[in-house]
Design a protein around this ligand. Structure first.
Ligand SMILES: Cc1ncc(COP(=O)(O)O)c(C=O)c1O
Length: 398
């Protein structure tokens, strides 16, 4: 079967919930993907901020094959497994949190945080059940997570949605204050909005949220599903800002590409949940847990985070150069570490498609931003190669 025939078969059998690019990938090495016809692509998408260690990483491969060799992929949370214990300990160490609940995705991690918040609010009489989230946020596609997502386009035709969500303006503390009532139990925010257009929170905003939450006894939840796990240049974005949340949600790069999500919290808040309150059959599965252990080791014990900071600065300097070269097409460069965006005046899809034709994978964020979330192990030479392609593409569009 050639690639076109594979795509036709895929279109025939896969439910059409994605606008897929017409390519079938066969293998990956480092930061390069190869399609079934042998064409290579430099990857600045990284499975949407998932493949932090790129493809075929020796440490990750060994960690995963050791689990496969042991025969114990899964034993359920009715019992302990060694890898889940090790993963929880190392994740708590690098995140400076106390307790972990493992699940399988970002949406599921946020569902856990939403349920924890409601149960936290139910300790009071009358119960406090309202959760404040931000406009232009993205928290996932399950009912709670999509309702928490402050973008109406994701809500349309899916009503009735769960009740008790209010939407404030990101980076506008007064708008958060205006929504706080006696019913409020939590505030959920991405320290760096991803899908919304790669928009970092200001330090003053996160500090202000921390103060408001302390004052009103609200849980402060950081969704670091996209910006966590080293992407900001620190293991977690909260450490970059110096503002610690009560609850942290993770997924994407958490296990280096094996599906895994997690909700972390401190000891006091963790005691809100007891046996039977929440669960996930696959959560903390030994294979995913081994991926978490390897990621935590790389973020905590090697120079990976510092490299992310340095390479991110190089990438932003190159993007700034491109922005000033094409001022009618590019309006801003935003981001931290290796989570960066180039705001455009044209639909990013045009640039994404032209880059793809030249063997570079990039993606959009929001309606007008080109997003760069490469593997954290990307080299300066590969960044340079990508920037040359982006420059060439913008030259043809200007
Ligand atoms: C910040 C953020 N939260 C949650 C999610 C949902 O994660 P998942 O697709 O693993 O459910 C995403 C996915 O893009 C995200 O970027």
């Amino acid at each position: 079967m050639n690639m076109q025939q594979m795509i036709e078969q895929g279109t025939g059998y896969l439910l059409k919930t994605y606008s897929q690019v017409p390519v079938v990938f066969a293998k990956g090495k480092g930061c390069t993907l190869t399609d079934v016809e042998g064409k290579e692509y430099l990857d600045f998408v990284g499975g949407i901020a998932v493949n932090a260690l790129g493809y075929g990483d020796a440490g990750l491969t060994k960690a995963l094959t050791d689990v496969l060799d042991s025969g114990l992929l899964h034993c359920s949370n009715l019992y302990y497994n060694e890898k889940a214990i090790e993963a929880a300990k190392s994740l708590c160490t690098i995140s400076e949190m106390d307790k972990v609940f493992f699940c399988n995705s970002g949406a599921e991690a946020n569902e856990a945080a939403l349920k924890l918040s409601r149960k936290f609010g139910h300790r009071d009489s009358p119960a406090r059940t309202e959760i404040i989230t931000m406009k232009d946020s993205f928290h996932g596609r399950t009912y709670g997570a999509v309702t928490a997502t402050g973008q109406t386009k994701y809500h349309q035709n899916f009503d009735p949605l769960p009740q008790g969500f209010r939407y404030a303006v990101f980076n506008d503390l007064e708008s958060v204050k205006a929504l706080i009532t006696k019913q409020t139990c939590a505030v959920l925010v991405e320290p760096i909005q991803g899908e919304g257009g790669v928009v970092p929170a200001t330090k003053a905003f996160l500090q202000g949220l921390r103060e408001i939450c302390d004052e009103h006894d609200l849980l402060l939840i950081f969704d670091e599903v996209q910006c966590g796990m080293g992407r900001s240049g620190k293991p977690f974005a909260w450490q970059l800002y110096g503002v610690k949340p009560d609850v942290l949600t993770l997924a994407k790069a958490l296990a280096g590409g094996v599906p895994c999500g997690a909700m972390l919290t401190n000891k006091d808040v963790a005691s809100v949940f007891g046996p039977g309150d929440h669960a996930s059959t696959f959560g903390g599965n030994a294979l995913a847990a081994a991926g978490v252990c390897e990621m935590a080791h790389r973020l905590g014990d090697t120079g990976l985070c510092n490299e992310v900071t340095e390479k991110g600065e190089y990438l932003r300097t190159r993007l700034e150069g491109i922005r000033s070269k094409y001022p009618t097409l590019c309006t801003a460069v935003r981001g931290f570490g290796l989570m960066n965006g180039l705001a455009l005046t044209i639909p990013p899809r045009q640039v994404v498609e032209a880059c793809f034709a030249k063997g570079l994978l990039v993606l959009s964020a929001g309606s007008d931003v080109l997003r760069f979330v490469p593997p954290l192990v990307i080299s300066t030479g590969e960044i340079e190669k990508a920037m040359v392609i982006v420059d060439e593409v913008l030259a043809t569009l200007s």
